[in-house]
Design a protein around this ligand. Structure first.
Ligand code: C2E
Ligand code: CA
Ligand code: CA
Length: 645
């Protein structure tokens, strides 16, 4: 079947030929006016020398008509030159063809006229005609240098009759002129053919060069497009995002306008990867890219920064509410279920914004602060939006101070441990104590563990902190009743590598403490960070004999499958659920379902953060017997603990 595009390509003059025709046309149209001028001036000169001797029609009217036609063509060509660029390849090809035939016609007419004029006048006048014909044709052939066909045709049309005619006169001078002319014509044909070949080669190589350049340009455009593109989502990548941020920053700075940098991070993406494989993870990321594009208007530029992190630039931000609306729309769309054949996943996205100029005065600072706002959102407003504020700036300063003090701290001396009892309310006895770190810095005073542990966890420094604290715990355990069991908190990094696990295991082995007196508490979020590694680390501790407890349960996004695959002994319900347990049926339902889950998996369930009798009663009513909280005892130095409830 013939398609329309096939017909179109069939009609198109091949590219190289078209380029040659265009160059010919260009060179030739510059010289053609000269050709007409030569023709007109030379013809007028011959006509003038024959006015008195030849009939009027031949000496006046015919040349007048010929010269007028030439003058008209001359004007046409001068005008045409201006529109050369706008002509199509087809138009140029057709004009070149017409020109060849017009030149041939002119050759016939002018040669005929010259030969008709020859018999009139004296020998000078006759010699003038011979001179006129030969010199004019040489001039014209020169002007047609770029039009081989026209030049050859004209040479043949003029030189052949010219040589024949003058040879037949049997006049020695004229025969000599004819021979001269023939020789010159042959030489000129040779020059012309060579010149034309070079010209055609030149055009061809220029065209090839241009084509190569165009191809190179195309490749380089494609390269830079790919270098700036995230292949999976089709969105701009991190490199492009940072370049766009730089450019936007420049224009915003010059125009004194506000804009915002946003960073989005998916909550629960890791589990999708762990549970359903990377193929499913990729699908989720593609879907996230699509959803983000759907909710972002013309003022928003999106990018995938890597992993499950996306970036956005919002131009022309006037009101903070404006950003909140954008954030709300983004978070809402990311919260909708992600379905693919056989499974459905639920994720959310947390979003941090930093606004120029409020939050920073350089692109790097803005990006850093958007990242901080995101971190804040993930910590305190999961699945929501946080806009960087002066409050956050204060926190950053504080964290910086804590980090400095911590790095210079004498951990052995400044760190201590408090112990909080975990009680079995049914048997009315303490089952173990949770060791909680305390730090009194000489410069900052008492710093809460929620703060300094977080700061230490940002780097490998946490290993030194964990080691110092574990050493103290083991020392305490060695000195007290061997019946006392202790729960010790580990951070994500402590279970993040085989090396860290080995160091901790060595310390326990070296201490001589029975490992089953120890329970390691790891938070659900720490486990989620790298499920495979965490699971391997916990297995190693378990093999050693240490018990494992999943801390802050319910705050992360771990699924049943996650819990099932971990070597757990206990689960600690996060204290956030206990606040309303005695008053809110929904909170009670959640705790009840966690308790049922623990029962079916044969895990001990600890409710932490019990502060009132009402809460303890409500928990007992649900079947929870192991509890921890201020109601039973606040964290205190070990010497202050009694082993009774
Ligand atoms: P966590 O592991 O959830 O520890 C329980 C926290 O709840 C402790 O706070 C404890 O004092 C507090 N708490 C206990 N009962 C109640 C109650 O009835 N009401 C309220 N409102 N709070 C109660 P603390 O000691 O400030 O520790 C905070 C967090 O710091 C810990 O949370 C744990 O994540 C971390 N942490 C503490 N010590 C260590 C440690 O040695 N190593 C590591 N990696 N993290 C630690
Ligand atoms: Ca804990
Ligand atoms: Ca806890």
């Amino acid at each position: 079947m013939i398609r329309p595009q096939d017909l179109a390509s069939f009609r198109t003059v091949p590219a190289v030929k078209a380029a040659l025709s265009r160059s010919q046309f260009d060179a030739f149209s510059r010289q053609l006016p000269l050709l007409y001028v030569i023709l007109v001036v030379n013809s007028v000169a011959v006509a003038a020398t024959h006015v008195a001797v030849a009939p009027a029609w031949l000496a006046i009217w015919v040349p007048l008509a010929m010269c007028s036609a030439c003058a008209i063509r001359l004007v046409v060509w001068v005008r045409r030159r201006k529109h050369l660029a706008s002509l199509t390849d087809e138009q140029i090809a057709s004009r070149l063809k017409t020109t060849v035939w017009l030149i041939a016609l002119l050759g016939v007419i002018f040669t005929g006229w010259g030969l008709l004029l020859f018999p009139y006048g004296d020998p000078y006048a006759r010699a003038h005609v011979a001179f006129y014909m030969s010199i004019t044709v040489i001039g014209c052939i020169f002007c047609l240098m770029h039009m081989r066909k026209a030049a050859l045709l004209l040479t043949a049309i003029v030189i052949v009759p010219f040589s024949l005619f003058f040879s037949l006169t049997q006049n020695g001078v004229l025969v000599a002129i004819a021979i001269n002319m023939l020789l010159v014509a042959v030489a000129m044909i040779f020059v012309l053919v060579t010149y034309y070949r070079d010209f055609a080669n030149l055009v061809e190589s220029k065209h090839a060069l241009q084509a190569k350049q165009a191809e190179l340009q195309r490749l380089s455009d494609e390269n830079s497009r790919l270098a700036n593109l995230d292949i999976l989502t089709g969105l701009p990548n991190r490199r492009r995002f940072l370049a766009d941020l730089d450019a936007l920053f420049q224009t915003a700075q010059e125009g004194h306008v506000r804009f915002a940098v946003g960073v989005i991070d998916l909550d629960g993406f890791k589990q999708v990867n762990d549970l359903y494989g990377h193929g499913a993870g990729d699908r989720v990321l593609e879907e996230v890219g699509r959803r983000l594009l759907d909710v972002s208007g013309p003022r928003i530029r999106l990018a995938r920064l890597g992993g499950d992190e996306f970036g956005l630039l919002v131009t022309d931000v006037r009101e903070t509410q404006d950003l909140r609306d954008i954030g709300a729309a983004i978070c809402a769309t990311l919260r909708a279920p992600y379905a693919w054949p056989g499974a459905t996943a639920r994720l959310s996205g947390s979003l941090g914004f930093a606004v120029y100029p409020d939050a920073g005065l350089s692109p790097a600072q803005l990006f850093e602060r958007a990242d901080y706002a995101l971190y804040f959102a993930k910590e305190y407003r999961r699945g929501g939006t946080t806009i960087f504020s002066s409050e956050h700036e204060k926190q950053i300063r504080e964290l910086g101070q804590v980090e400095q003090a911590l790095r210079h701290a004498d951990l052995e001396r400044e760190m201590t441990l408090h112990f909080q009892p975990i009680v079995d309310t049914l048997r009315e006895r303490v089952v173990s104590y949770e060791a909680l770190a305390r730090w009194r810095s000489p410069t900052l005073g008492d710093v809460p563990p929620s703060l300094f542990i977080k700061v230490a966890e940002r780097s490998d420094f946490i290993h030194s902190v964990t080691a110092a604290l574990l050493r103290k715990v083991l020392a305490t355990m060695r000195e007290c009743d061997p019946a006392v069991r202790v729960a010790f908190n580990l951070s994500a990094r402590d279970i993040g590598s085989a090396e860290a696990v080995e160091n901790i295991a060595d310390m326990i082995r070296d201490s001589g403490i029975a490992p089953d007196r120890l329970t390691f508490e790891v938070t659900e979020t720490a486990v989620i960070q790298d499920f495979e590694q965490a699971s391997a680390s916990l297995d190693a501790f378990k093999r050693l004999g240490v018990h494992i407890s999943l801390d802050d349960f319910g705050t992360g996004y771990s699924s049943l499958t996650c819990i099932h695959r971990l070597p757990l002994d206990k689960v600690k319900i996060d204290r956030g659920f206990l606040d309303r347990i005695d008053s809110d049926p929904a909170a009670r339902d959640i705790v009840r379902s966690i308790l049922e889950l623990c029962r079916s998996l044969e895990l001990v369930c600890v409710a932490e953060g019990v502060q009132t009798e009402a809460q303890a009663d409500a928990l007992r009513g649900l079947g929870c017997t192991v509890m921890q909280g201020f109601f039973f005892g606040e964290p205190a130095p070990f010497e202050e603990q009694s082993l009774e409830v």
